[in-house]
Design a protein around this ligand. Structure first.
Ligand code: ADP
Ligand code: MG
Length: 435
């Protein structure tokens, strides 16, 4: 019966969704129930919430009667329990991963739930269901922490996996050296022998044709051999300019899991966790004060915490709310977003000049980015609609209102645009351009 059900499903979802959520399913029938075996608890919840109705429909169409879909996890033990302890028997030499970045020290919230669950699943079953796994998100949101946790786990359990961790830039430099000194075969052998390859910041493959070509072959040989590939990026594959189509499609085969800016509660939990890891006392009140700063990056928040703790020790003063205000207040206000920063980042993301955003040209490849600029200016600064219009080359108040509404409406229907706008938003918040 599964072939019929799967045919129906394939017609309803994208190939990527199918591969991610339906290909791993095992189905059996009992009375009036279709029981699906899934890799883990998270997977069960996710598929139930997002695809439960669709599955029910597919079953009804194929069997001609209503069937209840239920899910059971493939193993008796919850998979996160053994993983989180991650006791490394012996740290393999030469593994350049930060040993503090393990699953156990990663705080899970709504902003990173999928990426965390996918990383656990990869650590549990490398090369199986999510290959490649791509963790995608702005700077300082935990990409390196998560992919390192996968690497640390795999390198530290029996049987020990050969984990190689690098960045796309380092890979590229290494390749150049190899070509120059006639060591290309050694280079290839090295990359084809690993069990898990982790490559960070693949957005830097942009425009590097020779590196992309070589990486394509590395990717293919690992993938064919069932080895795990883990990637990070601050852009979606389709937003990386000059990325070869064949790499892009391969990156999209696997699971793309994004990291969002944490909500205040998650930020508080992360700060408390960091303080506890360092044996520092941090009251909830002070953690909440730090978490409420207009700051999206966990890295920057951690910086505030470290600064506060250092000053507290230096002055022999308790790290209370008053000290936090003195120390962090000025740092945080320096990081307020200006409307020009918003325009610069939007323009850079779309490969336009700020002057083009501010112009009155109406072609769609300029007007859509311009509307995104309006939307983000409204969201990230305190400016009113008329002020935004003025900053944007003297546009009308009503033009700005319409532009913002247009983006809001489009985002409600178009997940691609939503991803793009969020990526630009994260980039603005971190005061950094996306290209
Ligand atoms: P990225 O690679 O995305 O720029 P990192 O992984 O380097 O970000 O994270 C920046 C800092 O924030 C690290 O110290 C990391 O441990 C911390 N961090 C981010 N997210 C979390 C989280 N959910 N729980 C605990 N620490 C986190
Ligand atoms: Mg990083």
């Amino acid at each position: 019966m599964w072939p019929g059900v799967s045919r129906h499903l394939r017609a309803q979802v994208t190939p990527q969704e199918y591969e991610t959520w339906f290909a791993p399913l095992r189905m059996r029938l009992e009375d009036r129930q279709a029981i699906f075996t899934v890799p883990n608890r998270f997977f069960a919840d996710w598929i139930h919430d997002r695809y439960g109705a669709l599955l029910g429909e597919a079953l009804a169409v194929v069997t001609g009667r209503p069937l209840e879909a239920s899910f059971e996890v493939a193993r008796a033990r919850p998979m996160s329990a053994p993983l989180q302890q991650a006791p490394a028997p012996a740290r393999p030499q030469g593994l350049n991963l930060n040993p503090a970045y393990i699953f156990d020290s990663f705080v899970v919230g709504p902003c990173n739930e999928l990426a965390h669950a996918a990383s656990l699943a990869v650590a549990d079953n490398p090369g199986q269901h999510y290959n490649p796994l791509m963790i995608f998100g702005g700077s300082g949101l935990g990409k390196t922490h998560l992919v390192s946790a996968i690497g640390n786990f795999l390198a530290g359990r029996e049987p020990i996996s050969r984990v190689h961790y690098t960045s796309s830039e380092a890979y590229s430099n290494e390749l150049i050296q190899a070509v120059r000194f006639d060591g290309i075969q050694t280079f290839r052998d090295k990359y084809r022998q690993v069990d898990c390859l982790i490559i960070e910041d693949i957005q830097f493959l942009s425009g590097r044709e020779r590196t992309q070509e070589e990486f394509f072959h590395t990717f293919e040989s690992l993938f064919q051999a069932g080895k795990q590939i883990v990637l990070t990026s601050d852009k979606l594959p389709r937003d990386i300019p000059g990325l070869a189509g064949r790499l892009r499609t391969r990156f999209e085969w696997g699971l793309l899991a994004d990291l969002q800016t944490p909500d205040t509660e998650t930020k508080i939990a992360i700060l408390q966790r960091k303080a506890a890891d360092k044996n520092l006392a941090l009251s909830r009140q002070v953690a909440a004060y730090l978490a409420k700063q207009p700051e999206s990056s966990v890295r920057v928040l951690e910086g505030y915490l470290n600064r506060l703790m250092a000053v507290s020790r230096l002055r022999g003063r308790e790290a209370d709310l008053e000290l936090a205000r003195q120390v962090v207040g000025p740092l945080a206000s320096e990081r307020q977003v200006s409307v020009e920063e918003v325009f610069r980042t939007v323009a850079a993301h779309y490969g336009l000049k700020v002057a083009e955003l501010k112009s009155s040209r109406k072609s769609r490849d300029i007007s859509r980015p311009r509307q995104v600029a309006m939307y983000l200016a409204r969201r990230l600064t305190n400016l009113s609609f008329p002020e935004i219009g003025k900053a944007l080359g003297g546009k009308d108040h009503s033009t700005v209102v319409k532009g913002v509404q247009r983006v809001e409406n489009l985002m409600a229907q178009d997940p691609e645009l939503t991803d793009t706008v969020r990526a630009v938003e994260n980039a603005v918040r971190q005061g950094k351009r996306t290209s």
